[in-house]
Design a protein around this ligand. Structure first.
Ligand code: DX5
Ligand code: ZN
Length: 223
C-alpha cells in the first residue's frame, strides 16, 4: 500500500488568519493542502476562488491537492494548473468524457484523480484506473464541512483497493469528509492512505492547528 499522507482541508481553516494556519500546517508536517473548489451547481455552496490561490501559491511549497466539485471541469483544468495545483481531481458523476479530461490534466504535467460521491458504485473506476494517480472517495456528500460520515463507503474503499491490486496498481486512495479518530482505523484497514483533515481532526478547534496536525498524522500512521 502507498505511504500515508495527510491533506489538510483549506475550507476548514480560519480565513481571517489564513497565513497563520498555513504556517501551522507546515510545522505540523502535513503533506498537502486539500483545496475544495465549488461552483454552486454540482454542490450547493461556494468556497475559495482563484484569487486566493494566486495569493497563496508563492507563500507555501505545500502540495496543492485541488478537488474540483464542479459540474463542468474542462475549462478549469488549465486555470488551476496555471495557478499551481500539484494534483487535480474531478468527479466521475459530471461527465461522459472522463478519458479526455484525464488526458487534459496529464498534458498540464499534473497528477490526476477521480472522485466518487458516496452513492456512486466503485465499478465506475474499473477502466479508468490505469490512467489515474489517485482515487478520492467522498465519505460525505460533497459541499459542506462538518457532515455526518457515510459508513457504506468503508467497504467501498476495500473494493477499490482490491480492484487496483487486481490490475497491479498501487494508487493513492484519498478519503474526504468526517475523517477522524473513529473513522481513520476503519478506512485504513480497507486500504485508504490519504486522509483529509477537516473539522473532525486538524480543525476541531480543541487544540492548535500544528498540534492537531501532528496528532492526526500519528493517528493515521499508527492505526
Ligand atoms: C466536503 C468537504 C469536507 C471537508 C472536510 O465537501 O470536502 O469533507 O474537506 O471537512 P470535515 O472533516 O468537516 O468533514
Ligand atoms: Zn474535498
Amino acid at each position: 500500500m502507498p505511504e500515508v499522507k495527510i491533506s489538510a482541508s483549506l475550507d476548514c481553516a480560519n480565513y481571517l488568519n489564513l497565513l497563520h494556519d498555513i504556517r501551522q500546517l507546515e510545522e505540523g508536517k502535513v503533506d498537502m493542502i486539500h483545496i475544495d473548489i465549488m461552483d454552486g451547481n454540482f454542490v450547493p455552496n461556494f468556497a475559495v476562488g482563484t484569487n486566493l490561490l494566486r495569493a497563496l501559491r508563492p507563500l507555501t511549497s505545500l502540495f496543492f491537492d485541488v478537488h474540483l466539485m464542479v459540474q463542468n471541469p474542462e475549462p478549469f483544468i488549465p486555470i488551476f494548473a496555471q495557478l499551481g495545483a500539484d494534483s487535480i481531481t474531478f468527479h466521475a458523476e459530471v461527465t461522459s468524457r472522463l478519458h479526455h479530461l484525464l488526458s487534459l490534466v496529464k498534458k498540464q504535467g499534473k497528477k490526476v484523480g477521480i472522485s466518487l460521491n458516496p452513492s456512486t458504485p466503485p465499478a465506475f473506476l474499473e477502466y479508468l484506473l490505469p490512467y489515474l494517480d489517485m482515487v478520492l472517495l467522498m465519505t460525505v456528500d460533497p459541499g459542506f464541512v462538518g457532515q455526518k460520515f457515510v459508513p457504506e463507503v468503508i467497504p467501498k474503499v476495500g473494493q477499490v483497493r482490491a480492484m487496483m491490486e487486481k490490475q497491479g496498481l498501487d494508487l493513492d486512495i484519498e478519503v474526504d469528509g468526517g475523517i477522524g479518530e473513529k473513522t481513520v482505523p476503519l478506512l485504513k484497514e480497507k486500504g485508504a492512505n490519504v486522509f483529509v483533515g477537516g473539522t473532525s481532526s486538524i480543525f476541531s478547534g480543541k487544540e492548535g492547528v500544528k498540534e492537531a496536525a501532528l496528532r492526526f498524522r500519528r493517528l493515521c500512521e499508527e492505526s
